[in-house]
Design a protein around this ligand. Sequence first.
Ligand SMILES: [Zn+2]
Length: 131
Amino acid sequence: MTPNSAEFTAMVTGQGLNGSYLHRFKIIPNSTCPCGLKQEQKINHIILNSTILENERRVLRNPIVRTGETWPLTFEQLTRKHVKTFRNFARSIDFSALFIRRGIKQIVIIIGAYQFCQPLTKFYPTSCSQG
Ligand SMILES: [Zn+2]
């Protein structure tokens, strides 16, 4: 079994790498995505709408449409039926591009590392930072 990346975990759980979540914990001042659509930056917005990720979305959409599926798919279909493609999509995203404020990139990396560790050591998340 392939271990899930921090990005993949964040996308599936909706925790960490989106404006909605970071705003709830007062890490960023508002939850609107900087892409210009003036939508709240929830996971669904990142996957389906954000114009910042138009190129990355092709990594997700094209292989799925080629299998005969109708786009857009539900979150369940993406994370269950097309999990491999969804994982590639999550990996292709530069999450720092989704946040405009300086300093956010570092926070994103910290949260990402924390979430990557969580499934490995539930109670001591910082102890798995090596390797
Ligand atoms: Zn957006």
